[in-house]
Design a protein. Structure first.
Length: 325
């Protein structure tokens, strides 16, 4: 039975201290697995469940991209508008369009690769000051010419949502994305808030000893990687792309149009057989993967509070088990 194979495979990874987290696998609308493995908190011995909340890192980008497309459609804004129309203080805004940001072809340097980033990420920051970290930097190439993964671009998209909608990013996401899809366990992670069901993040040191993850102030992640969610909420999000409960078919088609670097808008797209749309995420103490195989009606969600075996590996292995490869 496929469920037994999947659970056995996951438990093997847990036994080797390669995985701790929650997994959901669904095909043809039927849940094959939706449960937690390992511990949400190892100090208190609290187990992970299907409702445990994890920081999802860059899987956030798929939701941010959807919100931008949705907001543009509601406001009658073209994604080919220069962002300078809405963010006049951004130096290169006259050269960069919303489409460039969505497809990671803007040329804006990625602010998370600076040498002192580990220290910088420990400090709280407002979105305007976050943008100033890369506002004055020279573009790496002419917008539209190349693909270069950029957290900076997705920070700007969060600010664009705020300007166009008149709402804070987290309020917009809650009202226009999460609430319509009954994603009650998804939101913008704020360090100081008491959040029921949130997993603690862990890392292993060079001696193989489990440690609490290094600190990051989540204000630095914002719309590029700042959301928390559960496997079941992310499944609701993925299903909405098929059912049309959140976005029109046109917007879904736009999102999954392949641009440079095999990237669409908030998703990587693989034209292998079978086709796959996916995004992975990683942030201090957490890794995440969301895979969708539309032709096979298969969805795999893996959220982890370990940073040993990356979720992309485990998610791919689980997909192959279901597909019989």
């Amino acid at each position: 039975m496929i469920k037994t194979k999947l659970v056995t495979h996951i438990q093997h990874a847990v036994s080797k201290q390669k995985f701790s987290g929650s997994v959901l696998v669904a095909r043809e609308g039927n849940l094959l697995v939706s449960q937690g493995f390992g511990m949400a908190n190892y100090e208190w011995g609290i187990p992970n469940t299907s409702e445990t909340k994890f920081r999802i890192g860059s899987v956030t980008k798929s939701l941010t991209a959807a919100a931008v497309l949705q907001c543009c459609e509601m406001k009658g804004v073209s994604i080919d508008d220069p962002i300078g129309c809405y963010l006049p203080h951004f130096v290169s805004g006259h050269r960069i369009t919303i489409r460039h940001l969505l497809t990671n072809t803007s040329g804006i340097p990625n602010f998370t690769v600076s040498e002192d980033i580990a220290v910088t990420l420990m400090q709280p920051v407002g979105v305007n000051d976050l943008i100033e970290r890369f506002n004055q930097q020279t573009l790496e190439f002419n917008p539209g010419d190349q693909f270069s993964y950029s957290n900076s671009g997705y920070v700007l998209l969060g600010k664009l949502i705020e300007v166009m909608s008149g709402q804070a990013y987290d309020h917009y996401m809650r009202e226009h994305v999460c609430k319509p899809l009954s994603m009650r366990h998804t939101g913008l992670d704020v360090n100081g808030e008491v959040l029921a069901g949130r997993a603690s993040g862990y890392e292993f040191d060079q001696s193989g000893i489990l440690r609490n993850a290094s600190y990051i102030d989540m204000s630095n992640a914002y719309s590029a990687g700042g959301l928390y969610s559960t496997v079941e909420d992310l499944y609701r999000w993925e299903r909405a792309l098929t059912t049309g409960d959140l976005m029109s078919p046109k917007l879904v088609t736009d999102m999954f149009t392949t641009y440079k670097g095999g990237y669409g808008m908030g998703w990587f797209i693989s034209d292998s057989d079978p086709r796959m749309m996916f995004h992975h995420g990683g942030i201090n103490g957490f890794t995440s993967s969301l895979l969708r195989y539309p032709d096979e009606h298969l969805t795999v969600v893996v959220l982890s509070n370990f940073v040993t075996m990356t979720t992309s590996v485990l998610a791919g292995e689980l997909a192959h088990l279901v597909l019989g490869e």
